[in-house]
Design a protein around this ligand. Structure first.
Ligand SMILES: Nc1ncnc2c1ncn2[C@@H]1O[C@H](COP(=O)(O)OP(=O)(O)OP(=O)(O)O)[C@@H](O)[C@H]1O
Ligand SMILES: [Mg+2]
Length: 178
């Protein structure tokens, strides 16, 4: 029995750039479009599937590689997979893309961008404040690297565009690539 392929859309960007907000907006917007949407949010996947992984480079790379495999498994069974995960390393994101392309599954990268000072001011989870007080170390974009995508399918400037416009742009991309 065969099944229509889905796709994976990876939303990468700094903490508080807007990845989760946009991903859940896309899930809601596509719910009525006969697409089976799965959001693999970094926080949820880490705590529910890989609680043993920390934030060293090795663990971050393992996290990205495992999420990529999970996304592929879902996408090749017809799911429209949206992955709001920082994924700071360009070659780890490249490996996720290659994994999908070898399997013939569409993979798109969305660069969810806002300047660091905007992300710090948003501070949704209080992480930047905890970094400032010395309670947290290894925060992406501060003392842990973030390698911006050079050839993402889409870039969203979330300090300039509304949430609705960002969600619509990702929905268009998903529809075009599925
Ligand atoms: N255009 C926009 N797109 C997305 N979020 C926006 C936009 N404009 C403002 N925001 C706000 O920015 C914040 C983004 O928080 P969100 O949790 O989505 O970030 P995140 O990238 O998932 O962070 P983390 O990596 O820590 O999970 C929210 O408070 C959201 O309302
Ligand atoms: Mg998030």
């Amino acid at each position: 029995m065969c099944c229509r392929n889905g796709s994976t859309t990876w939303l990468t960007g700094l903490p508080c750039s807007g990845k989760s907000t946009i991903a859940y907006g896309v899930e809601e917007a596509l719910a009525g479009a006969r697409l089976k949407v799965e959001v693999l949010d970094g926080d949820v996947v880490r705590s529910e599937f890989f609680p043993e992984l920390g934030f060293s480079e090795v663990d971050r790379r393992a996290n990205i590689a495992r999420i990529a495999r999970l996304a592929l498994m879902l996408a090749r069974n017809g799911a429209t997979v949206v992955v709001p995960v920082i994924a700071p390393y360009a070659n780890s994101r490249g490996a996720a893309r290659a994994l999908h392309e070898v399997a013939g599954i569409a993979f798109s990268e969305v660069f969810v961008y806002a300047p660091l000072d905007v992300c710090m001011a948003r501070d949704v989870k209080g992480l930047y404040a905890r970094y400032a007080s010395g309670e947290v170390k290894g925060l992406t974009g501060l003392d842990s690297p973030y390698e911006s995508p050079s050839a993402a399918e889409l870039r969203l400037d979330t300090h300039l565009e509304s949430i609705d416009r960002c969600v619509s742009a990702v929905c268009r991309l998903v529809r075009d690539r599925t």
